[in-house]
Design a protein around this ligand. Structure first.
Ligand SMILES: *Cc1c(COP(=O)(O)O)cnc(C)c1O
Length: 228
């Protein structure tokens, strides 16, 4: 299967999963995660009508976004990986959404750089669904205070939460946990209803549980050159 076939096949699976869940496919935004793949692949997907792309490392994303910008000025970049504070300034040059807001120091740096650059951004609070503190995402115990902090920064438009299902875990149970935690966020921010969850292996389950943004890489791009 080539890129176009894989892309169309995933689109069909999204439609079917939305239909089965009694949802409109328009309510599920597909973000194609292009990490490890060249700008050319992004440009080819854009020619098929895909304009939302995801990356997880600034070192790779910054030059790629710049290369894509001349061919596809309306491409939209979602930053989905763990974000170091010293990369915030660079990421804000190309990203329109950050899915990995997970700690106070990051919110502080975002606030500072957004102010400096007189800019706004869409944000998702990333949930850590595991007991492993080293994983990205905020623990449930710190979720409420982090949400309050994000809401104190008007330049971040909080859309909702993001979650990655743990390796070897049942994605349905993982996404149910995310849904449950999302309710805490919505108590403080009623409009933050978005759910960024679902990847190549589990996006249909995620759609059945209400995902509004799915981040699909290898099912569309093909296997990655190296693990990222
Ligand atoms: C790589 C990545 C994806 C896409 O993963 P696939 O399994 O290739 O679909 C989604 N979300 C995040 C945060 C990622 O790092």
């Amino acid at each position: 299967m080539g890129l176009a076939e894989r892309y169309r096949s995933v689109q069909e699976r999204i439609s079917r999963a939305a239909l089965a869940a009694g949802r409109s496919e328009q309510d599920v935004e597909l973000i194609v995660v292009t990490k490890t793949h060249p700008a050319q692949l992004v440009i080819e997907l854009a020619a098929m009508g895909q304009l939302a792309f995801g990356e997880n490392r600034d070192q790779e994303a910054a030059p790629k976004a710049q290369e894509v910008a001349s061919a596809v000025p309306n491409a939209k970049w979602h930053f989905v990986g763990q974000l170091q504070t010293n990369k915030v300034k660079s990421v804000l040059r190309y990203a329109s959404a950050i899915h990995s807001i997970d700690r106070p120091s990051l919110v502080k740096e975002l606030a500072k750089q957004l102010e400096n650059q007189d800019q706004q951004i869409d944000g998702f609070i990333e949930l850590n669904l595991t007991d492993d503190e080293n994983r990205g995402g905020v623990n449930s115990a710190d979720l409420e205070s982090l949400t309050e902090q994000v809401l104190s920064v008007p330049r971040i438009r909080l859309l909702g939460v993001m979650a990655v299902a743990g390796l070897g875990e049942d994605p349905r149970q993982e996404f149910e946990k995310a849904l449950h935690l999302s309710q805490w966020v919505r108590k403080l921010a009623p409009s933050a209803t978005a759910l960024s969850m679902g990847m190549s292996e589990d996006f249909e389950v995620a759609i059945s549980l209400g995902a509004t943004h799915i981040r699909v890489g290898s099912a569309i791009t093909g296997p990655r050159e190296y693990s990222a």
